[in-house]
Design a protein around this ligand. Structure first.
Ligand SMILES: C[S@@+](CC[C@H](N)C(=O)[O-])C[C@H]1O[C@@H](n2cnc3c(N)ncnc32)[C@H](O)[C@@H]1O
Length: 341
């Protein structure tokens, strides 16, 4: 029987439940419930004692999470499901992502309608991060973790130009890409540019990686022009999306100009998934909300890959897209600065 078209609309109730689930999971995270339950099921009374909570209140809080697949109720005990332990206990990926997105959306999205009316996004994301050190740490921890995974694949698929010695990582965060490139290439030195508030944590990561003699962190403002020159490799990884088209295009051109002829500029960006992409619906929907977040919080956008290719070609580069099978939601463009004829 064909599906009833009336069933194809949104479920406002499911979305509302999703919102409440997020807040409840975040509260359970703050109480350490998933860390404690990672050790095995516990009666409510003991779980309350271990998390410093009132047993009855904790029971009311946790009961709805059994419907959402986070917890199981076994007699008078709660158990975390294996997925909840993997994703939320200890350093689980979503233990960072969920509180960060809740804070960003809670603080910034109530005025989405105003931004839509005026057409002008408030764009105060990085100043907001700097005013909220806990969220700033979550943001950069998350970026560093994502970048470390991406960089492992990027380093595998990109050949450096012969004799490469100088790498510039523009908006390099805490240095994950610079570290991944410098570690296997002993002749390479790297300069990482980022906001002043990121420099200290970046230096700590570089020192921990044993690369303090070959890597430098420097404060820079990418809203202004870049004046670097003679680089063998320049990286723009997940940075272009933080800027509106005019500044993004200029930044790409400045990075291309920073290369010596024959040098390579790597542009890594979130890419729209193809229509036949088998990714779960939530992943495809997330890309649209991420685009909205970029526009609203930073004045940025997910610039489509063909646009990036146009900008790079216009900046005097030959461009190819390198496949990243382990990261289908990202596009890697390898742009070689054409030597003057
Ligand atoms: C999404 S993160 C990507 C970081 C890193 N390239 C990576 O792949 O993990 C964007 C980076 O750009 C930096 N950034 C954004 N606007 C900036 C600006 N105006 N000046 C300097 N850095 C900026 C942020 O601090 C952040 O580290």
């Amino acid at each position: 029987m064909p599906p009833d078209p009336a069933d194809r609309g949104p479920s406002v109730l499911a979305d509302l439940v999703g919102l409440m689930t997020c807040h409840t999971v975040a509260a359970a995270l703050r109480l350490g419930v998933f860390d404690v339950l990672a050790g095995g099921p516990l009666p409510v009374a003991e779980l309350a004692a271990r998390t410093g909570t009132d047993p009855d209140a904790l029971d009311v809080l946790l009961a709805p999470l059994t419907h959402a697949g986070y917890l199981d109720r076994i007699g008078d005990a709660y158990a975390a499901t294996p997925v909840a332990v993997r994703d939320l206990a200890e350093d689980g990926h979503w233990a960072t992502v969920l509180p960060l997105w809740l804070a960003m959306v809670g603080a910034q999205w109530p005025d989405l309608d105003t931004a839509a009316r005026t057409g002008v996004p408030p764009a105060g994301f990085y100043p907001w991060l700097d005013r909220n050190p806990a969220e700033r740490e979550l943001f950069h921890t998350l970026q560093h973790r994502l970048a470390t995974g991406l960089a492992a694949e990027v380093v595998e698929v990109v050949d450096l130009p012969p004799g490469a010695r100088a790498l510039l990582d523009v908006g390099g965060g805490e240095g994950a890409f610079g570290i991944a490139f410098c570690a296997p290439h002993p002749a390479l030195t790297a300069t990482v540019l980022d906001r002043p508030s990121v420099v200290g944590a970046g230096r700590e990561r570089i020192t921990a990686a044993g690369l303090a003699d070959r890597m430098t962190m420097r404060a820079a403002d990418l809203a202004g022009e870049l004046h670097e020159r003679d680089q063998d490799v320049v990286l723009l990884c997940n940075v272009v999306h933080g800027f509106a088209a005019d500044r993004a295009r200029a930044l790409v051109a400045e990075c291309a100009r920073a290369l010596r002829p024959g040098g390579i500029l790597l542009v890594l960006e979130t890419a729209d998934r193809p229509g036949d992409d088998p990714a779960p619906g939530a992943e495809r929907a997330f890309t649209g909300f991420f685009d909205l977040h970029l526009w609203h919080s930073q004045g940025g956008r997910i610039h489509p890959v063909p646009t990036l290719v146009d900008w790079l070609t216009g900046a005097g580069c030959h461009v190819r897209r390198a496949p990243l099978p382990r990261h289908p939601g990202h596009a890697l463009l390898v742009a070689t600065r054409v030597p003057p004829s």
